[in-house]
Design a binder for this molecule. Structure first.
Ligand code: HEC
Ligand code: HEC
Length: 285
């Protein structure tokens, strides 16, 4: 469990804030839940005074894995929201769950039916997610909720550079004068950290997905994914032409996750590596 504690340690650092649709949404829900009209500060103070639910570390750990797999890409690795989805610390659903110690009883049906969610969790899984979020909120409230992330770029620049080109193997796929040129200008330090952990999350560049369809005849078609449903795969070839293939019984479709290697290397990052890398990448203006 050492590894996941380490990860959660740095995942808490990027205090991504002020995602307007999320904030608006939280306010709307807060109104419905009759906490409305209170200024945010009061709302958060109220949250801090909620009895702190006791969390069980092994359940939190299981929940953190479900979170990383199913929720983080929209709600952020640290649950503080992204451009795509609201901050959980302002979610009335989650605050209610935590305050009443519901252990996911209301969360499970919510995640099943409320768009864009379509998750079918067992009671135990929902309870694990609830435990993870409660622990996360406890931690955030305890450490103080800052508007602006502090000190994300106070690491060791040279160490970050050395890690990037050496042990971190970042330079295998990236170039600071190529694809990552100006990355510090494009992203805030907090977003940079999120991009290092979950490059596919939030807005910004998305890596192309390579698809190969092997027909029952043995013939294969491959290219960059344009769209796919149960019956047809549409791919784009290098020359720019687009081709649609019928997926029939016996066809084999393989989809390459372009983020797989990037995701794997994240497990090796220590808090210090993350801090140094962010400091270094932020200088790429
Ligand atoms: C595809 C992106 C996406 C994923 C994946 C996703 N969510 Fe959401 N979630 C959203 C959006 C967008 C909203 C806001 C919906 C609205 O305004 O009605 C939301 C709202 C919520 C809310 C309600 C917030 C409030 O205002 O009270 C909760 C709770 C929630 N999500 C939990 C989760 C959990 C837990 C997971 C993983 C099991 C998850 N979400 C996965 C996009 C996502
Ligand atoms: C095996 C290849 C690979 C390695 C190694 C790798 N990445 Fe990535 N990384 C990707 C891919 C693929 C993307 C998706 C976006 C793209 O195509 O640039 C990405 C995206 C990113 C982004 C977001 C870029 C943007 O413009 O949105 C950052 C920042 C990043 N990586 C940092 C790192 C750092 C830091 C390391 C080393 C610790 C690293 N990467 C190692 C493949 C890799």
């Amino acid at each position: 469990m050492k590894e996941s504690t380490g990860n959660i340690g740095f995942l808490l650092l990027p205090a991504k804030w002020s995602v307007l649709p999320g904030v608006k949404n939280a306010y709307r829900k807060a109104l419905q839940w009759s906490m409305g009209l209170l200024p945010l500060g009061v709302m958060l103070t109220a949250a801090a005074q909620f009895p702190r639910s006791i969390t069980e570390p092994t359940a939190v750990d299981r929940g953190s894995k479900i979170w990383a797999k199913d929720c983080a890409r929209c709600h952020g690795a640290d649950a503080k929201g992204t451009n795509a989805a609201p901050d959980m610390i302002r979610s009335t659903v989650i605050l209610h769950d935590r305050r009443e110690n519901l252990r996911g009883k209301e969360l499970a049906p919510f995640l099943k039916t409320s768009a864009p969610h379509n998750f079918n969790y067992s009671d135990k899984e929902a309870s694990d997610i609830s435990q993870f979020l409660s622990a996360q909120i406890n931690k955030i409230l305890r450490s103080g909720y800052n508007d602006k992330p502090q000190g994300l770029t106070s690491g060791d620049l040279e160490a970050g550079k050395a890690y990037f080109n050496g042990q971190g193997e970042c330079a295998k796929c990236h170039s600071v004068t190529g694809d990552l040129a100006g990355v510090g200008k494009r992203y805030s330090p907090a977003t940079l950290q999120q991009k290092i952990v979950f490059p596919q999350g939030g807005l910004g560049k998305k890596a192309p997905v390579e698809v190969t369809v092997k027909m029952p005849t043995g013939e294969t078609v491959s290219g960059t994914l344009v769209s796919m449903d149960d019956f047809t795969a549409t791919v784009k070839h290098q020359d720019g032409s687009v081709e649609s293939v019928n997926i029939v019984a016996g066809s084999k479709v393989s989809v390459k996750n372009p983020y797989a290697e990037h995701e794997a290397l994240v497990h090796r990052l220590t808090d210090a590596d993350m801090h140094n890398l962010t400091t270094y990448l932020d200088t790429l203006q």
